[in-house]
Design a protein around this ligand. Structure first.
Ligand SMILES: [Zn+2]
Length: 98
């Protein structure tokens, strides 16, 4: 399925189709199978929450200055304005790119 080239309407139809499929599968399941599937979905949600909490903790640490944010190299030489290459010095005027 090429989701990138789908219109919003097509995506919506695809989602509805998947929901119908899921509903049919649930109806075919025994109560035990359904309970197992629900437990699995809840487990996945808990893992999602743990991941979100981990990201929030990380953001809090960065905000508190405990983790330095990666420094971004400038795209242009501060001295002559030439596009900065991959090195630590300007290829044109030799100024340090900091
Ligand atoms: Zn330069």
């Amino acid at each position: 399925m090429d989701y990138l080239n789908m219109t919003q309407e097509e995506v919506q139809k695809e989602i509805e189709r998947m929901q119908r499929d899921l509903q049919e599968q649930l109806e075919k399941m025994t109560p035990e199978e359904r309970a197992a599937a629900e437990a699995k979905a809840q487990q996945a949600m808990r893992e999602d929450e743990a991941e979100q909490q981990r990201l929030l903790d990380m953001a809090a640490k960065i905000a508190a200055g405990e983790i330095p944010t990666p420094t971004k190299k400038p795209n242009f030489c501060g001295n002559c304005g030439a596009p900065a290459g991959t090195g630590n010095f300007c290829e044109f005027c030799g100024s340090p790119l900091s």
